[in-house]
Ligand binder design. Structure first.
Ligand code: ASP
Length: 446
């Protein structure tokens, strides 16, 4: 009896609840047509999904502002470590650009959206994108204004206009980076209260994300229930997921080994064995932040990277370097456009590249952050963010995989920086790979 009580009191993890919400939503979506409850679902179930999407949109601007300002201003030791800081940020941005490019190339070749018939695409566009046409006209208008218009559009002339419109997210990011850099350049004692404020605000915003994610099982159920699901959509979703997985695999099995080979003496097989515990933990928690202590342990003990390098490069990487997330953003944005039957121009794909890089920098290292940031990418090219409903069903497993890639990317850069600074031990000095203690990990965010 006692054991039974104990067992019953054990809380079900959020991801399990989301999976259950997803499962019930899928079954509902499939059964709605035959049971004749499509209208009921539209009137009484779908609004709860819209509320969920609204909550995600609501938190996107504050999340970027606070997390970016906090992250950038933490770089105060850039002056001390300016050379290392420059190299690290350069590599982080470089690998992220490579990642989005891989994702965009694959999704254009594989074209998962074309597994949907033209009628199905029209139907999806109609049900999701009431105001799509005007947004596309706006996007085309932008394209017609000249090649450098993208750059001009990033710099706001009125901050409040940028804050009040989710499509101006790049402007918000621009301001947040400017603010963070200005904080670094200002006298420490003068900006201390501002820093404390943003530290505290960061915690508050992450708690809000946590609250919203608690509602996710209901939101996901409602969104999926109101999606008329058929074999065609399931097939397109599987191809889309495989597309993301292939992009992630290319990053881990081609890009990172090439970088390690050309910039370090670290053997790839040793590297993979060394960071395996961090990858597994990233996979099971879906949070690079929760995995950080273990990533640091693996990189220091198993790869022999000095503490000075790892304690600078890895926390920064957990916050701003998300190669897995950026691959996912590129593939998802184009897939949603394809599913709506919209051909994105080269200019729009370039906007996706830029926004995905910035969005992955701005994404918090917690579960589901990538999908929130995807809203920015979608809105930047004039796509209705409600299109997220299409891919929500498969987001959790993809989040697990992209987080594992995120921590692998951070570890790769740590090895490269340490090699260039002569701050990494030789394999012969290291001996066997040690067991890593994972008991110190805070998994509350997963
Ligand atoms: N869960 C990812 C991470 O923590 C972020 C994302 O949602 O892509 O690295």
């Amino acid at each position: 009896m006692l054991t039974k009580n104990v067992v019953m009191k054990k809380k079900m993890p959020l991801y399990a609840k989301i999976l259950i919400g997803m499962g019930i939503g899928l079954v509902w979506g499939i059964a709605a047509g035959p049971l004749g409850i499509v209208e009921f679902t539209h009137d009484w179930i779908r609004p709860f999904g819209t509320i969920f999407i609204n909550c995600l949109k609501l938190i996107a601007v504050p999340l970027i502002i606070v997390s970016l300002i906090d992250g950038v201003s933490n770089l105060s030791d850039v002056s001390k470590l300016s050379r290392m800081g420059g190299k690290t940020i350069g590599l982080y941005i470089g690998t992220t650009i490579i990642a989005v490019t891989i994702g965009l190339t694959l999704v254009n070749i594989i074209d998962p959206g074309h597994y949907l018939s033209i009628e199905r695409r029209d139907q999806l566009r109609e049900s999701f994108a009431a105001d799509l046409d005007t947004s596309i006209i706006t996007a085309h208008g932008t394209k017609d204004s000249g090649p450098l218009q993208i750059l001009v559009d990033i710099v706001p002339d009125n901050l409040f206009n940028s804050f009040s419109d989710n499509t101006n997210m790049l402007q918000v990011i621009f301001f947040a980076i400017l603010f963070g850099v200005a904080m670094i350049l200002s006298p420490k004692d003068k900006v201390a209260p501002v820093k404390n404020f943003f530290d505290g605000a960061n915690h508050v915003i992450l708690s809000i994300v946590d609250i919203i994610m608690r509602y996710a099982p209901v939101g996901v159920f409602a969104l999926l229930a109101s999606l008329t699901i058929d074999l065609e959509l399931l097939q397109a979703l599987s191809v889309y997921s495989l597309n993301v997985v292939l992009g992630l695999a290319i990053m881990v099995f081609v890009t990172y080994p090439l970088l390690l080979k050309s910039m370090t003496k670290v053997k790839y097989s040793r590297f993979m064995k060394a960071v395996l515990p961090a990858q597994i933990l990233g996979f099971s928690t879906s949070s690079s932040a929760a995995t950080l202590p273990v990533t640091m342990d693996c990189v220091e003990k198993n790869l022999g990277v000095s503490e000075e390098v790892s304690s600078f490069v890895l926390p920064l990487g957990a916050t701003i370097n998300m190669d897995g997330t950026s691959i996912h953003q590129g593939v998802s944005a184009v897939f949603i456009a394809q599913a709506f039957g919209i051909d994105l121009s080269l200019g729009q794909q370039l906007t996706i590249l830029m926004t995905a890089v910035l969005a992955s920098i701005g994404a918090a290292a917690v579960p589901g952050a990538g999908i929130i940031m995807l809203i920015i990418v979608l809105e930047a090219v004039g796509l209705d963010p409600a299109g997220l409903a299409l891919i929500l069903a498969v987001d959790r497993p993809l989040d697990m995989l992209r987080t594992a890639v995120n921590v692998t990317g951070d570890s790769t850069v740590a090895a490269i920086i340490a090699s260039s600074e002569d701050a990494i031990k030789d394999e012969s000095e290291l001996g066997k790979i040690k067991e890593i203690d994972t008991s110190q990990v805070d998994t509350s965010q997963s």
